[in-house]
Design a protein around this ligand. Sequence first.
Ligand code: SAM
Ligand code: SF4
Length: 353
Amino acid sequence: MSHESLTPTTVDELTPPDSFGRSGGETLVDSYGRHVSYLRLSITDRCDLRCNYCMVEEMRFLPRAQVLTLEECLRLTSAFVDFGVTKVRVTGGEPLVRQNVIWLLERIAGLPGLQELVVTTNGSQLERFAPLLRRAGVRRLNISLDTLRADRFRKITRVGDLSRVLRGLDAAQAAGFERLKLNTVMMRGGNDDELIDLVQFAMDRAVDIAFIEEMPLGDIGQSRRSSYFGSDEALDRLRTRFVLLPSLETSGGPARYWRIPGSSTRVGFISPHSHNFCDTCNRVRITARGELYPCLGDAHVSHLLPLLRAHPTDDAPLRAAIVRAMAFKARRHDFRHQMDAPQVLRFMSMTGG
Ligand code: SAM
Ligand code: SF4
């Protein structure tokens, strides 16, 4: 593992390469000609669970003053939507533990030009929030669910209660979202024996499911190599039970989808290790600290929070920093061979999943 891969490289002072300059001010285009149309915004690093692949048991969370205020979240998102971003995913940490999250979502949903507002949640607060989210204008939800067994759920999340998440899923189904998707991180010896059951569960509920390869984000105090479970092996396993037909649907990200004849359920694989789809990447991420990461697997970062606070009524410096950051979007990431030590020292809860 190279030292550089761990050290955040601040791009705010760097000069973009000569080849860069295609961002015309109206849309965001990186040095490889990829249009950025999708923003993933982490609105908190805090969470009510402590999933063992995401956090250490004793997490130190950010002091409040270092976290974007909701107004700052809105101002940032608005700048990206002005630049032609059409899809925003609000995530965390657990976004539903952020106070007044509905205030923010209502306003993001109302931004002219935004086509799709989606939320990723662990589901633990959904029983209460599902109807509020729907009314606020959230169209789709991703709900994380790694196991259907209560004892395992507790072990993986350290503190969680599976029945709460299942009640949350019920509430989300009753609230009438356009689509619901379960997110499952695959773990050898952790839940790989449940992959078929999870797909069957998704089919019974008529929701989608996406299986995620574990990524080396954040130092969780142990090697991830033994728990890593790849998409190809998962697909082989699912094929012992289901007929899976490849689907052309894509979100421009690392997910590939399969359909099961006779079912509305789509089965996705998010394969940042085994299949690299960086060529069509259309997304950037903002952490709860207001750091803009053009690539999840790369350490280049632009610090937007100081700019927001230094220029409370002038968006020009912010817009210039966003355009400049596009020059540093990595061509591709490579998580292979990085499972013993974290490639990137940020936890997923910081960057947003
Ligand atoms: N708390 C919410 C949740 O769990 O859905 C949103 C944030 S969480 C960081 C977003 C997604 O990232 C979840 O589906 C989670 O399982 C996944 N995730 C967290 N750490 C990961 C890792 N190291 N590798 C792969 N996926 C991870
Ligand atoms: Fe919390 Fe989501 Fe990370 Fe689990 S994966 S600890 S629910 S932020």
